[in-house]
Each structure stands twice: as C-alpha cells, then as structure tokens.
Design a protein around this ligand. Structure first.
Ligand code: UDX
Length: 436
C-alpha cells in the first residue's frame, strides 16, 4: 500500500519505518527541514534501539522516503497517518494546533479518495474536528474518511511494540473503512478491536490514565510502607500474584514522566471537566506523582543534613532507561530541588546528557562515567534504572566517594548487598540500611 505518515517524532518515524519494513511504500513528512535532511542522510532525530538500521535498510530498498512536502506525501498515498505532536497547554488541555494545520494541508492537497488516520493522542471528539477542517478547506469536494488508530508504543521498545502490539485499535465510521486498516495490519497477526471513533480515542486515554494510576497507587503504598517499616517490593510480589492485579507497571519509585503519561492524565482530567465530570481519582493520581521528587529530596535532606555544602552524584537523567528523552523526566525536578538547596551536582547518563543540558540548571557538571560522577561525592542519587547501573563495580564506587551513601530512586539494588558492600542505602518504600 502507499502510505504517508505526517510527523517524524517517536510515533511517526517508528510507524513509518515499520510499515515500510512490512513491504509498503512509505513517505514520511515533516515540516522541520533540518530533521528531514538529517533523515535523508541516515541521521535519527531520536535514540531508539533498532530504528537507525530499520530506516537505513528500507530507505536503501526504496520503500521509505522523507520529504517536507505534505502535498507530495498526500498525492502519492491512499492512507495518510497524522502523527504530529499534541503537547499540553499550560492549563493541561491538549494543544491541537499541529493536528489542525496538517488537516488543512491534507485538505488542500487531496486529489482523490483518502483514508486519514489519526495516530496522535487526541481528546475525544478530535476525529469530528479533523473531518470538519478537511471539508472546510478542500478546494473542491473529494471523498475521504477519518479513522482513529491510537498508538501504544513505549519509548525504548518502540519497534518491538509496533511489530507486536498487545492490540490494534481501529475506530472507523463504517466496517468498510475499517477494512482498509485491517488489511494493513493483518500480517502482524495481533488482536484487533474495531469500534467507533470516540471509543477508540477514549481507549488511549483510559489506558494511559490507568497505567499512571497503577504507578501512583504503588507509590502511595510505598509512602505508607516507609512509615510502617514494611517493604514495598514484598508487597508488590504479594499484590501481583493476584492475576486481577498483576505485577507489571507496579514499580515504586520517583513516579511517572515522559511525553505521554503526565500529559494524558492532565488532558483527560480537562476533557472530563469540559464534559461536566470532576475526575477526582485522576486528579489525585497526578498530585501523588507531583510529590515524588520533593519526597525523595526531603529523604536526602533528613539523612545528610543541610544540602548546601554537599556534592551529589546523579546517576541517570533520562525519564526512563533506553531513551535519550528528557521530557517530564523526574531528574529535572530532583536536580532543580538539589540545586536550589545549594548542592553541587555531578551527573552521568549514558545517552541523555545533551538533551539534559537544555533543561537542567546551569552549574551541573556532566561526567563521562558513573565513577567520575561519584568521585568525592557526599552521596549518590540513582534516578533512572539504566541496565549498566546494575553491573557497576560497587566496591570501586564506594572507595571513590567521600561518604558512601546511596539514594536509590528506582529500587535497583538489593538492600542486603548494599549492606555487605558497606553503603548507607536509602530506597523507596523499604527500610534504609544505616551504618552499623
Ligand atoms: C507510555 C505507555 O506505556 C505507552 O503505552 C504509551 O503509548 C505512551 O506512554 P512511555 O512514556 O514510553 O509509554 O513509558 P513507560 O514505559 O510507560 O513509562 C512511563 C513512566 O512511568 C516512566 O517515567 C517510568 O519510569 C514510570 N514507571 C513505569 C514507573 O514509575 N513504574 C512502573 O512500574 C512503570
């Protein structure tokens, strides 16, 4: 099939690359000239395992092309995916201006029947909005259909998630229109849900809101565990063995960040309010998440005393492992709080340093290794659970530090092991290991 994907962010670029890999002819469009020039030269705008190779292979085989011309993409394709950003406005509502602009562009370039698919995460009702914009902006009436096909990929495993999604959701105005997408996805052999457009849009928000609620729920339980002397990791095991609950997405820590969960939670709260429903439960999910960084830094202050003369090593800046994405990363909040308290910060992240420079306060020293960051530090704070941190030489780390204290914001280490190595160890929802 001839496919156009508008927007070369996480969703668009990965979707385009995977559709090409499945044998379709794909043209990816972005108005950012620099990004398109880079992609044409094989340079990825994001770090995502496996993406560069997949793009290179399909571009070389002539199945994947990049352009800044939306009109070219529209004319060459039967199906057009909208995968542009839908960032939050300051009040939490979703900014749909990029989706609206693309809809106008599609309308102007449309020369024959097209299926226009919304992949961006958009509030309920946006399908109708896109349809209206297209009708209003067509120079001459041309038939088209709008479909909602939300994306559930996770950063860091985006290719795998796109090739083997848990489910494919298709919100279409009729069975016949749904068939076009069904055909496109058939070879993945994954469960498909065919429904109406508003339900498909709602499935995406309900999924992300539920995941966010799981994280905030376990973080609230972790807070109580800390007060009661219980161990949240044991509680998670016990909870998760009930198949109705499950252990996945139930890791206590610094809370959820990233480009989706925080913004989708706020957006659903706003949509609900606009429709006349006060979604108190979800407002609390966001509130619990907002308190995480503060709670973590307070724990550091309690254990270390005033922070103004302390050197703190930070391990991990990205909002989660296997990505260089710093959007809504908890490291920004933690480092800013430490900086405001007067601490000296030495930070290390395997890939997110360049992106972090733009968001972290000035004066942070960026280090080339965890050991360099730990040198002469009064404490070390682990903020992202990168796999390489699991395999650190902890004896070496301890010997480099001025004071061997670790604050583990992601419960990456076993407390007993830390005791054996000689660390004072503080983690989330578990008893601290204090010096003998
Ligand atoms: C999320 C959804 O998982 C995905 O389906 C959707 O399409 C986009 O949003 P992503 O933002 O890539 O994906 O990251 P995810 O792996 O879901 O993690 C989100 C945040 O929650 C991270 O900050 C992570 O550290 C945190 N998290 C996740 C926890 O704190 N505990 C957990 O148990 C799981």
């Amino acid at each position: 099939m001839n496919i156009c994907v508008v927007g070369t962010g996480y969703v668009g670029l990965v979707t385009g690359a995977v559709f090409a890999d499945l044998g379709n002819d794909v043209i990816c469009v972005d108005k950012d000239r620099e990004k398109i020039e880079g992609l044409n030269r094989g340079r990825m705008p994001i770090y995502e395992p496996g993406l560069e190779e997949m793009v290179a292979r399909n571009a070389a085989d002539g199945r994947l092309a990049f352009t800044t011309s939306l009109a070219e993409g529209v004319r060459k394709s039967e199906i057009i995916f909208i995968a542009v950003g839908t960032p939050p406005k300051p009040n939490g509502e979703t900014d749909l201006s990029a989706v609206e602009e693309v809809a106008r562009g599609i309308a102007r370039a449309m020369d024959r029947y097209k299926v226009i698919v919304n992949k961006s995460t958009v509030p309920v009702g946006t399908g109708d909005l896109v349809r209206e914009i297209i009708v209003r902006n067509q120079p001459a009436p041309v038939e088209f259909d709008v479909v909602s096909n939300p994306e559930f990929l996770r950063e860091g495993s985006a290719i795998e998630d796109t090739l083997r999604p848990d489910r494919i959701v298709i919100g279409a105005p009729s069975q016949q229109v749904a068939m076009t997408l069904l055909e496109l996805y058939a070879q993945l052999g994954r469960p498909m849900i065919i429904t109406d457009i508003p339900s498909a849009e709602m499935i995406k928000y309900a999924s992300n809101a539920f995941l966010a609620a799981k994280v905030s729920f376990i973080n609230a339980i972790a807070n109580i565990c800390e007060l009661a002397g219980a161990d949240v990791t044991q509680v998670i095991k016990g909870l998760g063995l009930d198949p109705r609950i499950g252990t996945t997405f139930l890791q206590a820590g610094l809370g959820f960040g990233g480009a989706c969960l925080p913004k989708d939670v706020e957006s659903l709260v706003q949509t609900a309010a606009t429709l006349g429903y006060d979604f108190k439960l979800l407002r609390n999910v966001a509130e619990i998440n907002r308190e995480r960084a503060y709670h973590f830094v307070e724990g550091m202050r309690k254990a270390l005393g005033p922070l103004d003369d302390k050197v703190i090593a930070i391990l991990g800046l990205a909002f989660k492992p296997n990505t260089d994405d710093m959007r809504e990363a908890k490291s920004v909040e933690v480092v800013t709080l430490l900086h405001e308290a007067g601490a000296t910060i030495k930070a290390y992240d395997p890939v997110a340093t360049e992106n972090a420079r733009k968001l972290l306060p000035p004066g942070v020293t960026y280090c080339a290794s965890p050991y360099e960051a730990a040198e002469k530090a009064d404490a070390l704070a682990l903020l992202t659970e990168w796999n390489e941190f699991k395999f650190l030489n902890l004896e070496r780390l301890r010997s480099l530090m001025r004071r061997p204290v670790i604050f583990d914001g992601r419960n990456l280490y076993e407390p007993e092991r830390m005791r054996r190595v000689g660390f004072e160890y503080h983690s989330v929802g578990r008893k601290p290991i204090l010096p003998a």
